[in-house]
Design a protein around this ligand. Structure first.
Ligand code: SF4
Length: 160
């Protein structure tokens, strides 16, 4: 298990790949964030897109959680579903496992993740049709591993 760290302390940072400019989102776009790029300058960065790592393609069907957030999915008490009612839970769990393995392998003590995603959401996720407080599956798995998880929205909101 990692020792949690602040952004200033972290030497190795896991980061949602879409925030770095990779066009890996469900809609085939990226979410490049200059605030994130500035925050990780000079650090070792481990990019990860848990949904692509878990076997989902680009573009892919958007998903939401049913029955709870990522913590509940990890505990087998909730599912990740496509809008047309297919379970994508296995792929989300696989992606979370690979993200945790990457954090372990490279010694990442902090992750900067894209909020509201069923994988990377840190503070809020879509549960059914409601944006609700909670974590995505990967964010929950990393936090369980002891990795500090912060939302890119938090960095973007900081005064420049
Ligand atoms: S799973 Fe995470 S890294 Fe991949 S596109 Fe969604 S928010 Fe970005």
């Amino acid at each position: 298990m990692s020792k949690p760290s602040t952004l200033a302390e972290a030497r190795v940072v896991l980061c949602s790949a879409c925030l770095l400019g990779e066009a890996c989102r469900f809609d085939g776009r990226d979410k490049r964030s200059q605030s994130v790029l500035d925050a990780i300058a000079g650090k070792e960065v481990v990019p990860i897109c848990p949904e692509v790592a878990g076997g989902l393609g680009v573009p892919r069907a958007p998903c939401s959680m049913q029955g709870g957030d990522g913590v509940a999915v990890l505990d087998g008490k909730a599912q990740v579903m496509t809008a047309d009612g297919r379970s994508a839970t296995e792929a989300y769990l696989r992606g979370a496992t690979l993200a945790v393995e990457a954090a372990r392998r490279f010694g990442a003590t902090l992750a900067i993740l894209k909020d509201k995603s069923p994988s990377c959401g840190c503070r809020s996720v879509w549960i059914g049709t409601a944006l609700s407080p909670g974590a995505g599956v990967t964010a929950a798995a990393l936090a369980r591993e002891g990795v500090s998880v912060i939302s890119s929205d938090e960095l973007e909101a900081r005064p420049k």
